[in-house]
Design a protein. Structure first.
Length: 259
């Protein structure tokens, strides 16, 4: 089986690369399955604290490979419930480790939904974004309908979901779809710098932050609030919390171990 998704570990960061450049990284069933498996391996690896998703070749992704996947859209439920971890976060257990994306060139459909399912997106100045399912007689089924609205509001979301019009990187940044826009040659260094900075923080606190924020988005602020005190009480007695206090007293950087 060809390697449609690359994996490389740099410190505490697992770099995961879309690797079907001859097809503009279009997502066929094999790529989706390999991506899901790569996410699952990073999630299960205790030495990994952050995932960084990028793409090989001139574009991030042309989105869904219609010729390969379209005939099986009637089986979409089983397609996105593989043995791995759903990168789009719509089925199965939730990812507990931060996901940072480095996006360049064209980014279509499922690629945008990967961004919306992630935590921080860095885009190059040449990046463009198109959610064009409406032109194919379908609609975004990777979580995009809800997350576009959550990210930028109803009217802004519908302007693009209902037309399939393209956004450039600056407009995507203005609307909150991406968090930073950088020169193309600075993309990976910038993304890796952020990933390494996040990875240097207390892993249990990172996990708790993601879980609390996700609960607030999915279940509401009251549901998240009900979990705040139990969660902070658990964190307060961890080795990392004690290390943070000692580091503060000794005026040195803390070294966290996720315990």
């Amino acid at each position: 089986m060809s390697t449609l998704v690359t994996e490389e570990t740099v410190g505490f960061v697992r770099k995961i690369g879309l690797n079907r450049p001859d097809k503009r990284n279009a997502m066929n069933i094999a790529l989706i399955e390999q991506l899901s498996s790569a996410f699952a391996r990073a999630e299960a690896d205790e030495a990994i604290r952050v995932m960084l998703l990028f793409a090989h070749g001139p574009v991030f992704t042309a989105g869904l490979d219609l010729m390969d996947v379209f005939p099986r859209l009637g089986e979409a439920d089983s397609l996105f419930r593989s043995a791995g971890l759903d990168p789009w976060g719509t089925h199965g257990p939730a990812r507990t480790k931060p996901l940072i994306l480095a996006v360049h060139g064209k980014c279509l459909t499922l690629g945008i939904e990967l961004m919306l399912a992630g935590d921080i997106t860095i885009a190059s100045e040449d990046a463009t974004f198109e959610q064009i399912e409406i032109d194919r007689g379908i609609f975004p089924f990777g979580g995009g309908t809800a997350r576009w609205v959550q990210t930028m509001g109803w009217g802004n979301a519908m302007q693009y979901l209902l037309t399939g019009d393209a956004l450039d990187a600056r407009e995507a940044h203005r609307l909150g779809l991406v968090q930073r826009v950088v020169a193309r040659d600075a993309l990976m260094d910038t993304a890796m710098g952020i990933a390494a900075r996040v990875a240097s923080k207390a892993p249990l606190a990172i996990k708790a932050t993601l879980e609390s924020a996700r609960t607030a988005v999915l279940d509401g602020e009251r549901a998240a609030a009900a979990k705040l005190l139990p969660a902070i009480m658990q964190l307060a007695v961890t080795e990392d919390a004690r290390e943070a206090l000692m580091a503060f007293m000794e005026r040195r950087p803390a070294t966290f171990h996720g315990r």
